[in-house]
Design a protein around this ligand. Structure first.
Ligand code: ADP
Length: 267
């Protein structure tokens, strides 16, 4: 049933995709077909500057078509996740270092973490790219600079509105979550944008800057990881995106004075 559910969710997002994609492809094909048809009918044009422009436009359109299919494939392939215990604080500190080196210096990067080294069960590479996607959105929302803050916390249960059959283990409910939140002091999102932010290919960014796949990929990742994601945003104040991922208990300290089983004693 879990597989069926996954499948249903996937179909739903694929359904949302196809309309927009088919439309974009049609536009590109119209350019290619139209220009080639002109050249077919007037072959002498081929060497003129007008003919060269028609060819260049057709070539550009087919390159954009190829880019579009590339992105679609990357999206639908959704690599098989390989969950492992990830040290969230170590990951956040290395991400923050990288962002401090690469982002505009007017963006301050802060980390405010719970004590200890909370571990989450998630695919390490996918988790890193999810956080990076969110950080890039935060940067885009702060063109004049601002503050990007990472925070972690432990929670015993998911907020009720984020629970579903996959992340809610039921009555024995032993799952605890690590919440990782990323807060920016940027533009914030109006309600209509917030409502659609997780939709595949939904973007408010100009063509070539946004694909609209960032947050939908994050959404797919946390769901497959039995976690959840929420957005809290106020226009003019900023946005907080929070990822909830299942917590993995930290291993016992080596030098703990836990009783040792008799058969393990030497001699
Ligand atoms: P993309 O970044 O390519 O547009 P996303 O799926 O990552 O695609 O984001 C969808 C839209 O959600 C963005 O175009 C933007 O309008 C809005 N958004 C996402 N993150 C933020 C943020 N931190 N602040 C303001 N708006 C945001």
């Amino acid at each position: 049933t879990e597989e069926a559910l996954n499948h249903a969710q996937r179909l739903e997002s694929v359904g949302q995709l196809t309309g927009g994609i088919a439309h974009d492809f049609n536009n590109l094909l119209t350019v290619i077909q139209g220009n080639l048809q002109v050249l077919e009918e007037l072959p002498e044009l081929a060497h003129s500057s007008h003919g060269q422009r028609l060819l260049a436009a057709a070539a550009r359109a087919s390159r954009r078509g190829a880019e579009l299919t590339g992105k679609l494939l990357a999206f639908s392939r959704r690599q098989v996740l390989q969950p492992a215990a990830v040290d969230t604080h170590a990951l956040l500190h290395s991400l923050a270092d990288m962002l401090r080196r690469t982002l505009d210096q007017r963006i301050r990067i802060e980390i405010d973490t719970a004590p200890g080294h909370p571990l989450v069960m998630a695919d390490p590479g996918q988790l890193e790219s999810a956080l990076l996607n969110i950080a890039i959105n935060a940067r885009d929302a702060m063109p004049e600079g601002g503050t990007l803050r990472f925070r972690t916390g432990i929670c015993d249960a998911l907020p009720t509105d984020l629970r579903n059959e996959q992340n809610n283990p039921g009555s024995d409910g032993t799952t605890h979550f690590v919440a990782i939140s990323i807060t920016d002091s940027g533009t914030g999102m109006p309600d209509d944008v917030k409502e659609r932010a997780f939709e595949p290919f939904f973007t408010t960014k100009e063509a070539g800057r946004g694909t609209g796949l960032g947050l939908s990929t994050v959404y797919g990742f946390v769901n497959q990881s039995r976690g959840a994601v929420s957005i809290d945003s106020k226009v003019g104040q900023g946005t907080t995106v929070t990822l909830y991922l299942p917590r993995q208990q930290e291993p016992e300290e080596e030098e703990s004075d836990a009783p040792v089983a008799m058969e393990e004693l030497p001699g």
